[in-house]
Design a protein around this ligand. Sequence first.
Ligand SMILES: [Zn+2]
Ligand SMILES: [Zn+2]
Length: 352
Amino acid sequence: MQPPSGRLYLCARCRAQVFVCRQCDRGNRYCRDCAAHARRDSVREAGQRYQRSRRGRFAHAARARRYRVRRQFVTHHGSPDSPADGVLQPDRDDAVALANAAVRPAAPPQLNCRFCGTLLSPLDRAMTVREAFVQEQSLLLPLPANPFPVEEQVAVKVGKTPYVRFDLNDYTVPHTHVRRTLSVRADLNQVRVFDGAEMIASHRRSYDRAEQIEDPQHLKTLVEFKREARQHRGINSLTRAVPSCQLLLMRAAERGANIGGLTTALLRLLDRYGAVELQAAVEDALRAGSAHTNTVRAALERRRAARGAPPPVVINLPEHVRRKDAPVQPHRLDTYDQLTREEGDDVDHDQQ
Ligand SMILES: [Zn+2]
Ligand SMILES: [Zn+2]
């Protein structure tokens, strides 16, 4: 039987050459003596690190306790002692190099696994790595025809703002997808956001920290949407206070006028003259067949002059005072009933 092949590595602590057989190879980095030392060092370091804070002290104590409990059930079997011939002393200085040269026989040395002592197949010093690769290449499996998708995929929750957080940075999504759970797929160069199977955003991946990566298109549509919303809000409060304005706005729209500007102007007149006066003036303007701010303003002025009242003064009140008269939509109160019902159930349980 052919002896098993082995691996030669340098101990990461004492730099000794170590041979390890295929069976014992666990990706070792230390020789057997240094492994225990390195382990002790790393445990001591971790202990110091954890004991620096109060929370760390508790965590360390809990871990040490678990370790002690575990040790009662585990028996460690050490490897049988092997002759030291698996280890060549590193050529640290000339004296050691000379000594090594003296004991090194002309024939290839017998190699034993440092851990279990098995005789290893002799090292083939004649062959280079490139030659070995050429020899073994035909035995390797070919790569698959279709590249395997290796994207990172995570589910993210979008809050009130149209951004998804991925890997310390924020990426924009269309504003129609706020307050939802979307999935982010990222490779090394690209971050893509999916709603189900539909891709809604794609960005270049940033490896920065706390950056906002924005798609100008997303922001543009959001700004337009907001502007529209503001206009609708203005129209709403105007038509609620002065119902005849709706007809006026419709006439103006037929004429192709700027509805936003007209709404703002009418709101200003509403502030100045009041709802009753504006209602009458708008009706006058409609009767005259001219859906224009100037007609309404002229009608208001005419009525004011007929009354003999002084010209109105703009009153600038703070926002919270102005909002006092704003209609408030009450939310549904069923939820409170549910609360009391549950409480009643609890009381029943207690009584039983
Ligand atoms: Zn070592
Ligand atoms: Zn071994």
